[in-house]
Design a protein around this ligand. Structure first.
Ligand SMILES: Cc1cc2nc3c(=O)[nH]c(=O)nc-3n(C[C@H](O)[C@H](O)[C@H](O)COP(=O)(O)OP(=O)(O)OC[C@H]3O[C@@H](n4cnc5c(N)ncnc54)[C@H](O)[C@@H]3O)c2cc1C
Length: 219
C-alpha cells in the first residue's frame, strides 16, 4: 500500500462559525490542510506525502494560530493506493484502513471503515450460515463503490501533480458554492474560462465530477 501522513492538533479555541476551511498547495501533492471548528474547540491538521510536522507548522502559521492553544496531537498513516487484497479465501476479510477503504482523493476513511465493516459483518454472518459466495460478493460490491474504483486513483494522480496556480483556479470553481449545485454544462463553461484548467480539461472535469459523485455516497 502507498501511504500519506496525517497530523492534527486539537486547539482550545471557541469558534461556533461552523465554517470548514481547506488549504491546498502544490507541495502537499494532493494533500491539504484543514481547520474544522467544533464549538468550544478546533481541529486543525494536514495530510501530506512529505513531513507532516513541517506542513502542520505551515497550516498553523497560515491561519495565524497561537501554539499555546494546542491541547493534543494525533496522527497516523492514510492508505491512498485504493482497495487492497481484502479477502483471504473464505476465512478472513480486511475492512477499514487495513483494507485500504480510504477515498484516495479526499483521503477520508471514516465512512469507508463503517461501510466496509458493517457490510463485511453481515457477509460473515451469511457465510457462517452456509452462503458460500457471501464473502466474494461482499468484495465485489465493495470494489464497485465509487470511492474505491481505479478512476479515483487516476484522480489522485492528477490532483497530486497540479501547480499552485491550477489549484487556485480549481478551488475558485466552487468558491461560495456547494459543488453538487454546479451542473455539468456550467462546470465545463467555468473550467474553460480558466487557462490553468483548460490545459488540463479532461483531468479537471474528471476530478470535479468525482466531487459530485461522492456527495451522493455521503463521502
Ligand atoms: C490525523 C487524522 C485525521 C483524520 N481525519 C479524517 C477525517 O476528517 N475524515 C475521515 O473520514 N477520515 C479521517 N481520517 C482517517 C480515519 O481516521 C481512518 O480512515 C479511520 O479511523 C479508519 O478506521 P479503522 O477502524 O479502519 O481504523 P482505526 O480507526 O485506526 O482503528 C483501528 C483500531 O485498532 C486498534 N489496534 C491496532 N492494533 C491492534 C492490536 N494488535 N490489537 C488490538 N487493537 C489494535 C487501534 O488502537 C485502533 O483503535 C484521519 C486520520 C488521521 C490520522
Amino acid at each position: 500500500m502507498t501511504f500519506m501522513r496525517a497530523l492534527e492538533v486539537k486547539l482550545g479555541i471557541g469558534d461556533d462559525s461552523g465554517k470548514l476551511m481547506f488549504l491546498v498547495t502544490a507541495s502537499l501533492r494532493g494533500g491539504y490542510g484543514w481547520y474544522f471548528p467544533r464549538g468550544d474547540e478546533v481541529n486543525a491538521g494536514v495530510v501530506t506525502y512529505g513531513d507532516p510536522v513541517r506542513e502542520l507548522e505551515w497550516v498553523l502559521s497560515t491561519l495565524n494560530i497561537d501554539r499555546n492553544r494546542i491541547r493534543s496531537h494525533h496522527g497516523g498513516p492514510i492508505p491512498v493506493s485504493g482497495m487492497g487484497k481484502v479477502r483471504v479465501d473464505e476465512s478472513a476479510i480486511l475492512v477499514g484502513d487495513a483494507g485500504g477503504f480510504t477515498n484516495p482523493v479526499s483521503k477520508g476513511g471514516i465512512v469507508g471503515a463503517l461501510f466496509s465493516g458493517k457490510e463485511g459483518g453481515q457477509a460473515i454472518s451469511r457465510s457462517l450460515s452456509g452462503d458460500e459466495k457471501a464473502l466474494e460478493s461482499w468484495e465485489n460490491r465493495m470494489r464497485e463503490h465509487p470511492a474505491f474504483t481505479p478512476m479515483n486513483l487516476d484522480r489522485n494522480r492528477f490532483l497530486s501533480g497540479l501547480s499552485d496556480e491550477a489549484l487556485d483556479a480549481l478551488t475558485s470553481l466552487v468558491r461560495g458554492r456547494d459543488i453538487w449545485t454546479l451542473r455539468k454544462a456550467e462546470l465545463v463553461k467555468e473550467v474553460w474560462r480558466r487557462p490553468e484548467l483548460r490545459r488540463n480539461l479532461k483531468g479537471t472535469l474528471k476530478l470535479a465530477i468525482g466531487g459530485r459523485e461522492w456527495v451522493t455516497w455521503a463521502f
